[in-house]
Design a protein around this ligand. Structure first.
Ligand SMILES: *Cc1c(COP(=O)(O)O)cnc(C)c1O
Length: 406
């Protein structure tokens, strides 16, 4: 069974009680049990059931099962947003004194969060480059996690996940991969050796820009040594340990659960993931080739000129995602280009059905330090484009016009 058939038929069965063909919305805060004994057993995890939506909910559980099936994990925990997924997944295992080793081109929200962790004694080091040796150089006695994204935003850097997983495991630390930009359609990091996959489901998994959400999927293989990971001391019972702690100690206590309605909407978007991404990847490659042919400085992992082309091709099966960037020489020319486009909306998110365009330096990176901008590949003349599902010819006409007007 291939991706979309599996997604439609294997990850969801019609509702047993009603025959509903989409995941029903259980918009209920709490769930009843017939006896006090039943309630005790549900609380103790000895009887399956739901108690309170912050802890679990049938609509959210249905969404978790589907994303987990696509990623090939042992289970998943959905969160209120991508940032709730990142923060709760990382804090699930790290204690004071731990160091995160991360790739340079991290999403701005994530690098900002990691900077904030410093006040709790959790620090971050960035690899100077994208080769495994660059990561190896920054490993220390205190490193407890390697954290990367499949395609950096907006740097568009790609790390070799399998090689990095090997390095992490040789050092006794897990590898967490943010798979938001590629989605399980292009890349399944767990199958390459990663231990935990994180998504902002607000982006391509949803695909229509109608709900904020996040999810954390665990591969269930990595064993968290209690001495090195004190928080995991009481969670040593096997493949589900990470997720049980994540649900009970992070989402339940910190409160960053997904809303049932958002799980429902995102589940609908998920059905068409492969269709949308096929069109998006074709459109993006066509636009990148157009800009290149016209002599513009364009960055897209699908172009042979990208230093990441070879690893992206191997890792993402010949598709390269929606995101590309253009360097236009000056900030003025970047603004001119954005203002001239008709179909591309000037918007700060990614992963929509519509083509989106943004000037990162004056928006999502406006509060970043010079070093963070440099790490993120953000210059004043840079325009980020997230290609949508519009008809290719219309996008080509729009881009041709905007480039000609410069
Ligand atoms: C958007 C994004 C996030 C944060 O997700 P939200 O749903 O906006 O909180 C994290 N990582 C990446 C790569 C993103 O693009």
């Amino acid at each position: 069974m291939k991706f979309t058939t599996r997604l439609l038929h294997d990850t969801f069965a019609p509702d047993a009680a009603t025959g509903a063909t989409t995941q029903p919305i259980y918009q209920s805060s709490a769930f009843y049990q017939p006896t006090a004994e039943d309630m005790e057993r549900v609380f103790a995890g000895k009887k399956p059931g739901f108690v309170y939506t912050r802890v679990g909910n049938p609509t959210i559980a249905g969404f978790e099962r589907r994303v987990n099936a696509l990623e090939g994990g042992v289970g998943a925990v959905a969160c209120a947003s991508g940032m709730a997924a990142v923060s709760q997944a990382v804090l699930n295992i790290l204690s004071q004194g731990a160091e995160i080793l991360a790739s340079g081109g991290l999403y701005g929200g994530t690098s900002s969060l990691f900077r904030d962790f410093a006040q709790y004694g959790i620090t971050v080091r960035y690899a100077a480059g994208d080769r495994v040796e660059d990561f190896a150089e920054e490993l220390s006695e205190r490193t407890r996690l390697i954290y990367v994204e499949t395609i950096g935003n907006p740097k568009l850097d790609v790390v070799d996940i399998a090689a990095l997983a090997e390095l992490a495991h040789a050092h006794g630390v897990p590898l967490f991969v943010d798979n938001t930009v590629t989605t399980p359609y292009l890349c399944q990091p767990l199958s390459l050796g990663a231990d935990v996959v994180i998504h902002s489901t607000s982006k391509a998994l949803n695909g229509n820009g109608n709900s904020i959400g996040g999810i954390v999927v665990s591969g269930g293989v990595f064993r968290y040594d209690a001495a090195r990971y004190p928080k995991m001391k009481e969670y040593q019972f096997g493949p589900m340990s990470f997720l049980v702690r994540m649900r009970m100690r992070m989402v339940t206590d910190y409160g960053g659960c997904m809303a049932p309605f958002n799980a429902y909407l995102t589940g609908i978007g998920l059905d068409t993931l492969a269709l949308r991404l096929d069109r998006i990847c074709e459109n993006a490659l066509a636009l990148a080739r157009l800009c290149e042919a016209k002599g513009f400085d364009v960055n897209y992992p699908g172009l042979e000129t990208s230093p990441y082309h070879e690893v992206a091709q191997r890792q993402f099966g010949g598709r390269y995602g929606a995101m590309m960037t253009l360097r236009l020489g000056t900030k003025e020319r970047a603004y001119q280009f954005i203002n001239h486009l008709h179909y591309a909306l000037n918007v700060s998110n990614i992963g929509d059905a519509r083509t989106l365009v943004l000037h990162p330096a004056s928006t999502i990176f406006v509060h970043s330090s010079a070093e963070e901008k440099e790490n993120g590949g953000v210059t004043d003349d840079l325009v980020r484009i997230n290609v949508g599902i519009e008809d290719t010819d219309d996008l080509i006409e729009d881009f041709t016009g905007a480039l000609a007007a410069l």
